[in-house]
Design a protein around this ligand. Structure first.
Ligand SMILES: C[S@@+](CC[C@H](N)C(=O)[O-])C[C@H]1O[C@@H](n2cnc3c(N)ncnc32)[C@H](O)[C@@H]1O
Length: 443
């Protein structure tokens, strides 16, 4: 199968069948081994098209009399892919982008579709210079939305929360390509030794800024080539996520509950830090996700991890006062990690955000009941949205005077004003992330 054809199938699986882009791409690469050059072209086609989806759709709307939602999904995927090559990939000749798109339309659609694709793409090339997006003065949210490929509702939120400069800086950050970040499994190898292994293989590896086990691989060689992952010497985890287990700070002989745990990134980190005598329960509401926790723990050599099928909204009833430390890595809007989740940015709607704080509060309430007197409760999210972060924690503390917030700057190696850590891309050059550490008073 040629690379464009693979990219077309992947886009269809993501946009029509709602597949997760990272899973679709990684399955495709596994199923269809490609030369390095082809693999890069394939990922650029899929991720590039997904990233600039709103801009490509804006072009379609400008050129076609047919409404976007009336277009056949096959046709839409082919046109988007073609337009991305024309407007987003300077190295691809326009003629190749058009011809290959028409071939795809003939093969997976029909003659009529091929005619439509051909006309639209050739028209876009002819009109390239007149397809100018609205200026910032004319419509600031739309201008930023089309320039930086973010949904307009989110741009409006950032403009309200952080002003024009802040919103634009966030957009610029989310346009950058994330560098692969690993966490060294220090129960098996030190970070320095792992760094050296990578460098010996000619890979550009450098230590993370704050996370003591973190390693950035600037030139991602393709995760399938990293044998250290299969050998359990490391796991993929972004730097902000790596700070959470340090905020929990597990100790030998303790019992830790990680109540929203799958796929187990933080559970396994907690187990590594707490050592073999520290039992870490990795709980999740979805049975099929427990396997991910189990597999990760097995690969990293951590038998002290115990996957647990449970609903965090009610866990307090079963395990009241049992845990030394509890982590609530809550389900959230994920607005801090939009760089990594390209599909999320187009799927999320403003309304989705409204229901989350109530769920987060319910989970925090119930999980807090598991904390023994004098124990620790950590709440984290990968979002930058006060309603899901500070407000949830403040509300919780108002209702629970037996808990108080503790400053975590020294545990996480980060100085932030106030007791919580709210990482912001425009300030920290890291994904948006929130961590709060609360201690239950001794009775
Ligand atoms: C942010 S993710 C956790 C990521 C994980 N902590 C890690 O570092 O790999 C949130 C998880 O919460 C789980 N979840 C959602 N609602 C839940 C509930 N009511 N009880 C337990 N788990 C839940 C989801 O299945 C998801 O795996």
């Amino acid at each position: 199968m040629n690379v464009r054809e693979l990219a077309f199938h992947s886009l269809l699986a993501i946009c029509k069948d709602e597949g997760y882009s990272n899973i679709v791409v990684s399955h495709t690469i596994q199923k269809h081994p490609m030369e390095d050059r082809d693999r890069r072209f394939y990922t650029e086609l899929v991720y590039g098209t997904l990233r600039s989806l709103n801009y490509l759709d804006w072009i379609i709307n400008n050129l076609s009399t047919r409404k976007l939602n009336k277009l056949d999904p096959v046709c839409l995927a082919i046109v988007r892919l073609g337009l991305y090559q024309i407007f987003g990939m300077s190295k691809v000749p326009d003629s190749a982008a058009c011809n290959e798109a028409v071939k795809l339309a003939r093969r997976f659609g029909n003659g009529g579709m091929a005619g439509f694709v051909n006309a639209l793409l050739r028209n876009s090339i002819r009109q390239r210079n007149s397809l100018v997006i609205p200026s910032a003065e004319a419509d600031l949210p739309l201008h930023l939305s089309l320039t930086y490929h973010q949904p307009k509702w989110l741009i409006k939120k950032w403009l309200t929360d952080y002003g024009t400069e802040g919103a634009e800086a966030i957009c610029q950050y989310f346009e950058t390509i994330p560098v692969l970040c690993l966490r060294a499994n220090t129960t098996r190898i030190s970070r320095d030794e792992l760094l050296q292994r990578f460098r010996d293989r000619g890979l550009a590896a450098r230590p993370a800024t704050y996370a003591p086990e973190g390693i950035y691989l600037d030139d991602n060689p393709g995760i399938h080539t990293l044998k250290e992952l299969q050998q359990g010497l490391a796991i993929i985890q972004d730097e902000p996520s790596q700070l959470v287990a340090h905020a929990v700070d597990p100790q030998p002989h303790e019992m830790i509950f990680d109540v929203c745990a799958a796929p187990g990134g933080k559970t396994t980190h907690l187990a590594e830090l707490g050592g073999p005598s520290c039992i870490v329960y990795g709980g999740d509401i979805y049975d099929h996700k427990l396997k991910l926790i189990k597999d990760n723990a097995q690969r990293l050599g951590l038998p002290q991890v115990r996957p647990l099928l449970q609903n965090a909204c009610t866990i307090g009833q079963s395990y009241a006062g049992r845990a030394d430390r509890v982590l609530v890595d809550a389900p959230c809007s994920g607005l801090g990690v939009l760089r990594r989740k390209l599909d999320l940015r187009w799927r999320k709607k403003a309304a989705d955000l409204r229901t989350l704080p109530a769920l987060q509060m319910q989970i925090l309430e119930s999980a807090s009941a598991c904390v023994r007197p004098g124990g620790i409760l950590v709440y984290s999210t990968c979002t930058m949205n006060d309603d899901e972060n500070e407000k949830v924690v403040s509300h919780f503390l108002e209702k629970h005077p037996e808990f108080h917030a503790e400053n975590i700057g020294s545990l996480c190696g980060l100085a932030k004003p106030g007791p919580y850590i709210q990482l912001l891309p425009q300030e920290d050059q890291l994904d948006g992330f929130f961590i709060a550490r609360l201690r239950r008073d001794n009775e």
